[in-house]
Design a protein around this ligand. Structure first.
Ligand code: HEC
Ligand code: HEC
Length: 343
């Protein structure tokens, strides 16, 4: 009897543990994956679902036709059916802005992360910010752009439509855009908005997010916003030679910056500027020898200041801020120009 009841107890305990364990597994597993699979697709949807404020440029109903028109204006300067005039005689938006993510993790848009990702994916290395995720930013022409455009940046600081207009007339040296044209570009930006799947979450963070969306909306907003940037920062350099103690410059990085940055506009094939350069000893030694008025490398000068549009010579070169080209990368570029010119 005693033996039997002991056996029974052991048996009972095993069953109880098994049931408890399996039960727990069953309860948790589907719950977790539900929470994850029920996450909204876009970052905006996710934020609005937990009560974040709508942006000024909020688009209640996305229109694919408008987005296509916006895409045509961005890539070609006007609609392909010829029904509107070119925004700028000198540039199209994609001369200076990319249309795809520029780094593996949208939370890290440092020039180093951008260069690494660009090299892997052969993306142009440009002075202006990508249009992918522009919809998700909240402030534009930030920081030192005030120094370049003065009070013109004020209306752009919180209004994307005004930033587009400022860029069309100032950066692209074109005409003012009509409100309907700006709307098409906003719809195009909407199609390039951040998706939840673009953000780099650990699996446990995704599970946590699923729970926070139900239980703690403020924390959910915080978690989502920690995974990307709401502004493109911009700080300007000078023509002073870069000084990064201990840094060993990489001619390989420099070659990429030259070919996918400088030559994006200066390659005679792209026809963007009349001032042409090629990846040749001739061009590189021209740049190597070129000095500016302060007898510094012209390359540092031109890259940090760009040039200014003048009447009669509207095409100008945009500057690379520190956020678009770091001091280390400047050293890489100078190293490549030196090596490539036979010095
Ligand atoms: C000649 C180069 C050039 C062209 C062409 C150009 N842009 Fe820009 N754009 C810039 C630069 C430089 C900035 C400021 C830096 C940045 O993008 O973060 C800028 C900024 C912007 C911004 C604000 C970005 C931010 O985060 O502050 C928007 C929006 C924009 N441009 C839209 C456009 C549109 C739309 C077009 C085409 C109609 C266009 N741009 C054409 C160079 C250019
Ligand atoms: C977004 C387009 C663009 C990019 C990128 C670009 N440039 Fe330029 N650059 C221009 C334009 C436009 C001019 C003015 C051409 C003119 O005056 O006709 C110019 C002018 C120049 C000049 C001549 C300046 C002078 O003294 O008149 C040099 C040198 C130069 N760029 C070097 C570079 C280098 C080096 C890089 C890469 C770090 C670079 N550019 C990237 C568009 C660009």
């Amino acid at each position: 009897m005693v033996k039997n009841s002991l056996q029974f107890t052991v048996f009972f305990l095993i069953v109880a543990f098994t049931v408890a364990f399996v039960h727990k597994e069953n309860r948790l597993a589907p719950y977790q994956s539900d929470a994850t699979s029920q996450l909204p697709k876009t970052v905006e949807e996710a934020l609005l679902s937990v009560g974040d404020k709508k942006p000024i440029h909020y688009i209640a109903k996305f229109d694919a036709d408008s987005a296509r028109m916006g895409e045509e204006i961005v890539k070609f300067g006007n609609l392909l059916d010829g029904s509107n005039k070119r925004v700028s005689k000198y540039f199209v938006c994609t001369d200076c802005h990319n249309l795809q993510l520029e780094s593996a993790d949208p939370a890290d848009e440092s020039p180093e992360a951008v260069l690494e990702y660009s090299k892997k994916n052969e993306i142009p290395f440009l002075p202006a910010s990508t249009f992918y995720s522009m919809y998700n930013k909240r402030h534009w022409y930030n920081d030192d752009y005030y120094k370049k455009y003065g009070d013109l940046v004020k209306p752009t600081r919180d209004t994307l439509a005004n930033a587009i207009q400022l860029c069309a007339t100032q950066c692209a040296q074109g005409r003012a855009m009509e409100p309907w044209e700006i709307r098409t570009i906003l719809h195009y930006y909407k199609s390039l908005e951040l998706k939840i799947s673009d953000l780099k979450f650990e699996q446990n963070e995704l599970d946590k997010l699923g729970n926070l969306i139900v239980n703690n909306k403020l924390e959910a907003i915080k978690l989502i916003k920690s995974k990307y940037n709401e502004t493109n920062r911009a700080h300007f350099g000078t023509n002073a030679p870069p000084n990064v103690p201990g840094y060993v410059a990489s001619a390989d990085n420099g070659k990429y910056i030259f070919n996918f940055g400088c030559l994006h506009c200066h390659d005679p094939e792209t026809g963007i500027t009349n001032f042409t350069l090629t990846d040749s000893e001739l061009s590189l030694s021209f740049l190597y020898r070129k000095r500016n008025a302060y007898n510094n490398y012209a390359v540092t000068h031109i890259t940090r200041y760009g040039t200014y549009a003048m009447s009669g010579r509207k095409q100008y070169m945009p500057m690379y801020s520190f956020e678009k080209l770091s001091e280390k990368q400047m050293l890489d570029l100078l190293e490549y120009i030196k090596v490539g010119s036979g010095h």
